[in-house]
Design a protein around this ligand. Structure first.
Ligand code: SF4
Length: 377
């Protein structure tokens, strides 16, 4: 075997916590899995060392929330989606205030703190419908965080309401929106987006929504759905675009002078694998090995993201647990209701005791958290 001093230098650079570039990332991706995992685990320790009064590396967090998909009517027809319906389908729906109340009451009874409110791109719902729903929830359930509307939904609202994004996000925030999920990120490379979801927001639109939201003080998450038609280089470009946006958002936080609204940033990154069943996208998905490899690389590349969530929803409980040794520090949510991934036939279930057991078995202390990664109770 030929000794390669430059690889040693790269490994040392990662171990020291230094920023890597795309070429570095490509090299790291092909390391033996356990070596990549060790590096990612070390970077997780560096990222969380100061959290929770210095106990960030003893703790693994989880969330209790409910996925409320307010409508399944959608005119975007993404090829990887098994959830959408058209209006005339017998099983199309738009949720009522009463149905929403029932779902929130059940969520609170299970110790939940938030609803993740996302839906199809309904061509006819008006801005007032959304504002009424947000105000209704906020007035009736002020203790619940509304984590709602992915960037592609906001881009859809811009086109349907014919208003600037900033005005819509501002008005939604005033009506009760608390934070924004990073759904619809898929792969932030337009060539890939054109192939899997040509009618959906493109990369710059997705990032623009996040930039405006952060500027208006709304925190958000970031996601990546991989393992379909993209290349490894595309995944790395996706991570690069997120890292650049996070730098911009964090710089704004650093420069904040105490006047006006305090800016926000991405709280966390979540990567998951494409689930092919019942979708129109003819692409082979990837397994646990590549999932762990990609998540580990994400932890190393996204050096300005404190939190990385593992994805038990697509990978199952055991791989979700193992992912905590590949850079993740959070097990996501128990997801009291999940309607989108389950439409593909992937239906893993998790309870709070399951979460606690999986975390304890790895030697960590389980703690419930809220959307901002503050410990609950
Ligand atoms: S992923 Fe979202 S935008 Fe795409 S078809 Fe499904 S519901 Fe519509």
């Amino acid at each position: 075997m030929i000794y390669d001093a430059s690889l040693d230098e790269l490994l040392q650079k990662v171990w020291n916590g230094a920023r890597i570039n795309g070429a570095d990332a490509l090299r790291l991706f092909h390391l033996p899995l356990e070596e990549l995992g060790t590096l990612a685990d070390h970077r997780r320790q560096l990222a969380k060392a100061k959290a929770y009064n210095g106990r960030g590396n003893e703790i693994v967090t989880f969330n209790v929330d409910r996925n409320v998909n307010y409508t399944n009517v959608c005119n975007v027809y993404c090829k990887f989606c098994a959830f959408y319906r058209v209006e005339k389908d017998d099983d199309s729906y738009v949720i009522s205030h009463a149905e929403m109340d029932q779902k929130i009451a059940e969520t609170l009874a299970l110790g939940g703190t938030q609803i993740l409110m996302q839906g199809g791109h309904h061509p006819k719902l008006t801005k007032q419908w959304y504002l009424d729903m947000l105000s209704h929830i906020k007035n009736k359930w002020p203790q619940v965080n509304i984590h709602g509307f992915s960037p592609s939904e906001f881009v859809h609202f811009r086109d349907v309401f014919n208003e600037p994004l900033e005005k819509i996000i501002r008005d939604f925030k005033s009506a009760g929106l608390g934070s924004i999920p990073g759904g619809g990120g898929e792969i932030l490379v337009d060539r890939v987006r054109q192939r899997v979801a040509p009618l959906k927001a493109m990369s710059n639109d997705w990032l623009e929504v996040m930039d405006i939201a952060h500027r208006l003080g709304l925190y958000s998450s970031a996601t990546m759905m991989f393992g379909h038609v993209e290349t490894i280089e595309d995944r790395i470009e996706h991570l690069e675009r997120l890292r650049v946006q996070q730098d911009t958002s964090l710089n704004r936080v650093t420069e904040y002078n105490g006047l006006g609204v305090k800016p926000a940033h991405f709280t966390a990154f979540i990567g998951w694998t494409f689930q092919a069943e019942h979708t129109k996208l003819k692409a082979p998905t990837v397994g646990a090995h590549e999932y762990l490899r990609t998540q580990a690389l994400s932890r190393i590349y996204l050096d300005n993201f404190e939190n990385i969530q593992s994805s038990w929803v697509t990978q199952g409980l055991e791989i979700g647990q193992v992912a905590l040794k590949f850079g993740a520090n959070d097990l996501g949510s128990i997801m009291i209701e999940e309607n989108v991934v389950s439409q593909t036939g992937t239906t893993f279930r998790m309870t709070v005791p399951d979460m606690q057991r999986l975390i304890k078995d790895l030697g960590y202390e389980p703690h419930q958290r809220d959307n901002w990664y503050r410990l609950v109770n």
